[in-house]
Design a protein around this ligand. Structure first.
Ligand code: CO8
Length: 258
């Protein structure tokens, strides 16, 4: 069905693998469009509660946007590329109702790190190398990297990584808080699935509300506390709230996902 992706369903987890290993899974236009479709389909599937994104092979998660595609772009085309990418992939992921875990299995550079940062949770393998090399190409991160990196690690560290175009090893990324865990490559998907399993014990509707409330902190002109109050109130009208509180009072485990 997809030319550049492999999509598997593992219980209530959709596992999406970017599959252009010869190009180190670089994000060309078609791959970005396919990712949009696959993510949208998983998000709209009531049977899916978590999405895991990873790259094919043992070398790269995603080595960046496909440099061959934009090497001769004009100012307008460059701006358009960044805007469209944000709209259909990077902002799109961040604002999905379904949590997305990036399993970073090697190089996550430029658009690749930006893809991991747009995901809600990041796990990396010990061979992973992350960085934003854009200024070494004469551009800047254009898929949200200047914003999301500063949000995740603070402005000073973000400035260093962006200005030096440096590549960071997995343990340093962990220490900076850029990834949540580092494990051996062969354990990477299991670690991502373990986190997914813990998420799947909980209410999907409450998690969607939590995503909206957390994201509100980073949206211009939006008061995150107001969004939290609104989302909190909405929870009281859900079947999951009824089930969660009833299960607690009946001293049993809540059963949210039948
Ligand atoms: N785009 C296109 N092709 C790539 C990319 C890429 N980002 N990365 C690797 N490839 C290709 C190589 O061209 C090569 O193809 P071929 O065999 O046909 O020559 C193949 O993948 C294998 O790569 P290498 O031979 O270079 O492998 P090495 O192990 O020697 O090196 C590296 C691995 C260090 C990861 C190296 O490939 C590299 O430096 N890649 C580029 C990394 C980079 O600069 N990424 C950032 C790109 S810019 C970006 O992402 C901008 C995002 C924001 C854009 C907003 C809209 C404009």
């Amino acid at each position: 069905m997809y030319s550049n992706l492999l999509v598997e369903t593992n219980g209530q987890i959709a596992e999406i693998t970017i599959n252009r290993p010869k190009q180190l899974n670089a994000l060309n236009k078609d791959t970005i469009a396919e990712l949009h479709e696959a993510l949208k389909a998983a998000d709209e599937d009531a049977g899916i509660g978590v999405i895991i994104l990873t790259g094919s092979g043992e070398k790269a998660f995603v080595a960046g946007a496909d440099i061959k595609e934009f090497a001769d772009f004009s100012i307008a085309q460059g701006g358009e590329l960044a805007q469209k990418g944000q709209e259909i992939l990077f902002d799109f992921i961040e604002n999905l109702s379904t949590p997305v875990i990036a399993a970073v299995n090697g190089f996550a550079l430029g658009g690749g790190l930006e893809l991991a940062m747009a995901s809600h949770i990041r796990v990396a393998s010990s061979n992973a190398r992350v960085g934003l090399p854009e200024v070494s190409l004469g551009v800047i991160p254009g898929y949200g990297g200047t914003q999301r990196l500063a949000q995740l690690v603070g402005r000073g560290k973000a400035n260093e990584l962006v200005f030096t175009a440096g590549m960071m090893k997995a343990p340093d990324a962990l220490q900076w808080g850029l990834v949540n865990y580092v494990v051996e490559l062969e354990e990477l998907m299991d670690k991502a699935r373990e986190i997914a399993g813990k998420i799947l014990n909980n209410s999907a509707s409450a998690i969607s509300s939590a995503i909206r409330a957390v994201n509100a902190n980073f949206q211009d002109g939006v008061n995150g506390y107001d969004v939290e109050i609104e989302e909190f109130g909405k929870c009281f009208g859900t079947a999951d709230f009824k089930e969660g509180t009833t299960a607690f009072l009946e001293k049993r485990k809540a059963n949210f996902r039948n």
